[in-house]
Design a protein around this ligand. Sequence first.
Ligand code: ADP
Ligand code: MG
Length: 678
Amino acid sequence: MLNEPVNQIPSVGDKTEEQLAMLDITKVGDLLFHFPFRYDFLELKPLEEIAHEEVATIQGEVVSEPNVSFYGKKKSRLNCTIQVGVVAVKAVFFNQAFLKDQLQVGQTVTLTGKWDMHRLQMTVHKFHRQSFEEANSIEPVYHTKGKLTLGQVKKLINYALKSSLEEVDEILPEKYLHNYKIPQRQTAIKELHQPSSKARLKHARRRFIYEELFLFQLKMQYIRRENKAQSIGTHKEYDQDQLKDFVSRLPFELTSSQKRVLKEIMDDLKSASRMNRLLQGDVGSGKTVIAAIALYTTALSGQQGALMVPTEILAEQHEESLNELLGDKLKVALLTGSIKGKKRQDILTRLENGEIDLLVGTHALIQDDTLFNQLGLVIIDEQHRFGVSQRKTLRDKGLTPDVLFMTATPIPRTLSITSFGDMDVSVIDEMPKGRLPVETYWVKENMIERIHQFLIEQINKGHQAYVICPLIEESDQLDIQNAVDVFEELNDIMPESIKVGLMHGRLSAQEKEELMRQFAENEVQLLVSTTVIEVGVNVPNATTMVIYDAERFGLAQLHQLRGRVGRGSEQSYCILLADPKSENGKERMRVMTETTDGFELSEHDLQIRGPGDFFGKRQSGLPEFKVANIVDDYRALEVARQDAVNVMNDRKLEEDSEYARIKSLIESDPLIQERIFD
Ligand code: ADP
Ligand code: MG
């Protein structure tokens, strides 16, 4: 019956069918895969350890005939005395008069219910006519919807188990079951629904954790392979010496991380298969120079490059720095939404006839009327769930360039191999030499005078400082009021010689720009700000940052904020003013004082927030696993990933009949259609 609609089950009518559909259950087989989301493990508790009104499980002997009284409409109450050790407990059952015959004097029973310690009475929720040993002590709990009760769900699943379990096929090749000592699919399904022991339940869960992660990673590797395979002349041929010469003329030596990453990228550029790579590296780790080298390589081989960034300001900044690095060799141009009319037309014409080597701009750069002469590489900076739609746009224009995504958000490895599992990932995990880590302190409000003192000292030494005001979520008004208060207070306290500025979201673009100019030129020494500080603010002379109510920020945000100091050669400081009440909050502050490594912080952030919240909902591109959890099951994830890579390399799907079921599962998955562009 596996593939029959649920309405083939005798007890399922239209209503139930509708409610099951809300749980994504339409076929009898779906019931089998509607796994419990939780299990209640019953444990016997000695009476003296049960708190008043606590729900607990006890075992005892029936010592009195049950006594039933009826009241109201169809309501009943059944009382019965149960001897538990030396205590006579009064067991009360509501509306279960039918139990009268099952409660026989001398019988051992197990009861779960709410304990009233004053009356020595238990209101029974669940009753077993057996000793605790014999009663099943693991209770599966399922999600339900609408009027569907937990009891109904269990009955339906029971029906499905009886009628269809035998039809379920094994999909994993024998080798995996054997190597990982995990149960067969049928056995595991049964055990998940009707656990026979904790140990066997654990094995069953392990099996499905692996199955889910393995299938998912296989899909990712499949997509990766198919996308790589599209190669319409994207491989680069260039003069090695010219490139070496360029790299050796850089004012610094590349870090070993940069060298490793560069090699990975160059291999992609040279290869005939298409690059689809994510480059991760903390702010300041030196991604831009890597991008410049890749773009230069592209130009050397006679193709055009494009660098796409999220805002116009960033586009201008990048165009400037690329012109500095490459301006004497290449023709670099800027294209943003505010470049219009004749100027725009001119750029488009030169782009189309190949006069422009390198185009920098916002997303408009690959859309609309832009026509490239021979686009060989697109670099996309600072966007998260970019991949899919942008690749689609390129495909629609008939372009299949190499694509490199860059992000300054350190992404924990477990997330990057799930969310970005179909891409190759390169990581810059070290900072250029000579950077001093920012010293970070966590202090409470009572230290505020010492902090003021410290700010004055630092500024008197010729440095500058930021003060970040508390974030008031959902209230722009309060957010700004707060900043105004802090600003006025500091303005009073600071000596005449120190000029204090105030930055917040209500200032006009011009006012912001003017204030930033004043800060950059040290006309303003102390900048009080909400969190709106512009992206890309770079004032190396600023050495101190004070963050008010730091517990209100997430780790990722604190890390981004702190990244604005420590940009020069002087020692920098970050002071977190916080009095967190929760353990999580305290943990966050501790972690911030202990490390400045973005990847380490991101791992902690993932632990504290969980995978769903890391990128913010929806955006994550994370699949929903039924059993697996990528944080708790990261070891299984690594194993599954490696297995999937091996399966693809060995062409198992194509050549080994044991993989036939998996192959058809993968190829029929909608995700595959969505992400492969041909
Ligand atoms: P990112 O783009 O990753 O934020 P950038 O490429 O802008 O970082 O680099 C930050 C600063 O460090 C720039 O001024 C850059 O010139 C410099 N830089 C990059 N790589 C190195 C290196 N290997 N050694 C010293 N300085 C470097
Ligand atoms: Mg290539």
